[in-house]
Ligand binder design. Structure first.
Ligand SMILES: [Zn+2]
Length: 344
């Protein structure tokens, strides 16, 4: 198994100061991969800057030039949550280009699967604006790029970040070539992603939202993956799977109120990998979104790589949540989503 990773120190230059989405996240991941001696088992993939034409596959030109101009002025706040520095425009070009390069490497067969360890993250960035710590929508850009470059007809995006990827949903809401499936805490930022939002026109049914109540843990996520994500994926028959990999549903992450452990993440990634092996020659690309507890984030990313490498008996250094609240019963919710989407 050749597993690629995209990384470049340019991603550390997106300087957000004391913001929760900061360069220490990637530093923690890279140093943990080194410390645990996993890094030498991975194939490095050098990112490149995405071109303005590539960004324009998703974003309006005004949004792209606005981000460039704020960088030229030395940085600033794009909305109440999203801050950038002078180097952030360039870092964001490389983040989008990193997701593109990871996708190219997988589709070209340079590696079996890949993980773009990039920042700024992307899934909240809409066609017209930056939001939620995101400047450009890395995964959406990579999906559009792959549809065009490789003449693909069906790409699946799975977004297991604890927040709804409103930007990605918007980008493909009327595009039947991209199935967007999101698990997210609800009610929660950014407020979108209700189960009734399912796509429009000929894309009706190609947006699958799974809004979960706070407190869901490994068992609930496994239920969702087995009863919604797996059948929806098998029916769609993707030619490529992209994953918006956010690790903020981990119990140690203070940004949200989920109870997922690394064992749960391993279960989810294993299902995704098995679906990719079964349906699309294993063509699978992860791109980093959220995850703010540095220890949980680094261990989660490492566990993801281990699944991709085909390792078993993967360690969970953080274990189960110490004060597990009663799990919500999500069986009625799953039933409702399965009915909306007429899942087999
Ligand atoms: Zn998130």
């Amino acid at each position: 198994m050749k597993v690629g990773f995209v990384y470049d120190p340019i991603y550390l230059k997106h300087d957000t100061g004391q913001h929760v989405e900061n360069a220490r996240r990637l530093e923690a991941i890279i140093s943990y991969l080194e410390q645990t001696e996993l890094k030498p088992q991975l194939t490095p993939i050098k990112p490149r800057a995405a071109t303005v034409d590539e960004l324009s596959l998703i974003h309006h030109k005004q949004h792209i030039s606005h981000v460039r101009e704020v960088a030229q002025r030395g940085g600033g706040w794009l909305d109440t949550d999203t801050v950038m520095s002078a180097a952030s425009y360039e870092a964001a070009l490389y983040a989008a280009g990193g997701a593109i390069r990871a996708t190219e490497a997988v589709v070209n067969g340079e590696v079996n699967s890949a993980f773009a360890l990039v920042r700024p993250p992307g899934h909240h960035a809409t066609v017209t604006r930056a939001m939620g710590f995101c400047l450009f929508n890395n995964v959406a850009i990579a999906a559009k790029y792959a549809l065009a470059k490789y003449k693909l007809e069906r790409i699946l995006i799975i977004d297991f970040d604890v927040h709804h990827g409103n930007g990605t949903q918007d980008a493909f809401y009327d595009n039947p070539q991209v199935l967007y499936i999101s698990t997210h805490e609800c009610p929660f930022y950014p407020g979108t992603g209700s189960l009734e939002e399912a796509g429009k026109g000929e894309a009706k049914g190609t947006t699958v939202n799974i809004p979960l109540p706070a407190g869901c843990g490994d068992a609930e996520y496994l239920q969702v993956f087995e009863q919604i994500i797996a059948p929806a994926t098998r029916r769609f028959k993707p030619q490529l799977i992209l994953v918006s990999a956010g690790y903020d549903a981990h119990w140690a992450d203070d940004i949200a109120m989920m109870q997922v452990s690394i064992t749960g993440i391993v279960q989810m990634v294993t299902i995704i990998k098995e679906l990719a092996d079964e349906l699309c020659s294993g063509h699978l690309v992860f791109s980093l979104e959220g995850g703010y507890d540095l220890t949980a984030l680094a261990a989660s990313v490492k566990a993801t790589f281990e699944v991709l490498l085909g390792n078993t008996n993967i360690e969970d250094p953080l274990g189960q949540p110490p004060h597990r609240a009663a799990a919500p019963n999500i069986t009625p919710l799953i039933k409702a989503i399965r009915e909306i989407h007429k899942l087999p």
